[in-house]
Design a protein around this ligand. Structure first.
Ligand SMILES: [Zn+2]
Length: 376
């Protein structure tokens, strides 16, 4: 039996942030905490968005979100939330500020440590409707976190864990492609490949959800057609709009579950000193995982080829490698600075990751290591 669920509201267009005052009022958020990161703040986007709503102009701002959000940063953000008497959050940025805001919304309303709510530690049913409301405003086109039910947080002991619940879905996603016009080419490429990977992995997930699969294929098609244009010319408004839609669609299909690319990129993203970019990791890992999964995917690779506009016999893994090259992304984990000595621990963490259960072909530590070697 399928479980199909599209529960949140999305406003999508150039200028969509203009209605934020009304949005905050209808969600009964009188005192929001703004969660963002230093880069988004420096780009002037927070200032611009705050002009749209008087509730935001006087709101406290937490801007110390790390590249990969941490339990430590969640605790730090809880302080201004509590001392400011906040009753909701506005997350402005890529996946990291949005995920962090979800975790703050959870801990502000639920007792105990974050760890107790982790999906792989049976935390899902403990997350209730009490979670504080979050408005998510993405400033990249990649993560899909603005409509996703998961937050990925690195705990103090180094494990990067998923916190998953329909209650963590932002109550409203405001997708305004204008906010991405200034995103530099490298980040446009890396975040765009994250969106593309979401569409591929969710489509290949064995869970039964045909509506999600249709959305994933549409997202893949948009990403393949527009990612190079968005990278080449950041001011290309059509490309920016289409990439933001591809990212949104990737997020709308998350409920099918991701796969081995994300199992590995979650594990590698938890390595604090390396600070590896999630989207870049996915781009580099995707070809090796596509080769591994092909024998278990039935006719699904034909559908992927059609959506990507490829020939019936095209090698999809090779297509992704070539695309990465044209986008100026690294080709290997080695090039990203990942040392092979972490492969053992990475493979073990990937086996335990929540995305592994929905990879179309089963894998254990040995198979994960083999994929890491191939991508090295
Ligand atoms: Zn991702």
């Amino acid at each position: 039996m399928g479980l199909i669920n599209y529960l949140t509201t999305v406003r999508f267009d150039f200028g969509a942030v203009a209605d934020l005052a009304g949005d905050l009022a209808s969600l009964k958020i009188a005192r929001p905490l703004i969660v963002t990161d230093a880069g988004v703040l420096a780009a002037g986007l927070v200032e611009r968005i705050c002009l749209a709503a008087p509730q935001l102009r006087s709101a406290p701002v937490f801007d110390a979100v790390p590249t990969n959000p941490t339990e430590e940063a969640v605790e730090a953000a809880l302080e201004p939330y509590r001392s400011g008497g906040c009753d909701g959050l506005v997350a402005i940025g890529g996946g990291s500020p949005i995920d962090l805001a979800k975790a703050v919304a959870l801990l502000a309303t639920h007792d105990g440590l974050l760890e107790g709510y982790a999906a792989i530690l049976r935390g899902i049913p403990k997350i209730t409707a009490r979670v504080a409301p979050v408005i998510a405003i993405p400033t990249t086109s990649g993560t899909g976190s603005e409509v996703g039910r998961a937050a990925l947080i690195t705990l103090n002991d180094g494990r990067k864990l998923g916190f998953i619940s329909p209650h963590l879905i932002p109550k409203l996603a405001v997708c305004d492609p204008e906010l991405t016009l200034g995103l530099p080419p490298g980040l446009t490429a890396a975040t765009g490949m994250d969106a593309l990977t979401h569409c591929v992995e969710t489509f290949l997930s064995p869970r039964d959800n045909p509506p999600a699969e249709a959305i994933a294929l549409d997202g893949l098609s948009r990403a393949v057609r527009y990612i190079e244009r968005a990278v080449k010319n950041g001011a290309d408004v059509e490309a920016r709009r289409e990439m933001m839609m591809a990212a949104l669609e990737g997020g709308l299909t998350f409920q099918k579950g991701l796969g081995a690319v994300h199992s590995l990129s979650h594990a590698l993203g938890g390595l604090k000193d390396l600070r590896l970019h999630h989207g870049t990791l996915n781009a580099v890992l995707l070809p090796a995982v596509l080769r591994y999964n092909e024998e278990a995917a039935g006719t699904k690779y034909d559908a992927l080829r059609r959506a990507a506009g490829l020939d019936a016999k095209a090698d999809i893994a090779r297509f992704v490698e070539d695309l990465n090259g044209r986008l100026g992304l690294p080709k290997t984990l080695r090039e990203m600075g990942v040392p092979s000595r972490v492969f053992g621990a990475t493979a073990a963490a990937a086996v335990a990751d929540h995305s592994t259960a929905t990879n179309p072909r089963a894998l254990a530590e040995a198979e994960f290591k083999q994929i890491l070697e191939e991508a090295f």
